[in-house]
Design a protein around this ligand. Sequence first.
Ligand code: ZN
Length: 148
Amino acid sequence: MIFCILFLVDLANPKVFSVNLRNFDAEKYQVAYQMTKNPNFTRGEVDFYVNYGLFIRSANGFVSSFYPNTVFISSTVARSADFDIVIAHELGHIQHMHFSRSSDKKLEEAQAEADSFAAKIVGKDRVLARRRSQGYSEDSYLIRNLKK
Ligand SMILES: [Zn+2]
């Protein structure tokens, strides 16, 4: 029961269980901030939060239509070497406005588009390596999209 309530609070207001990336790791915040200045990203200022909630345990990072221009990443990702890949991928979702109500993209298509965006920022090889490490096969839509 407590778990359910926490999960709902988490879903409703992820910032309750988050710390600003600036306070979590100032150097990593700088890396993320510089990505928002990449010419491929044209959506302006972005806030970054490290989330400790329950919802994010099923995801590495997320963006939500309720929090425009805000990226949430898990604390595991925030400590990992793939940190910048996940940030770049989430910025891809913001760049392509996947969570606006007018977006009718399928999840897989949106994931591929966010990956393509990340590839422009951190390089195709690193995004490919991460997808392979997550178990995606060479025939999968996401890997084929990156190899195009
Ligand atoms: Zn995604």
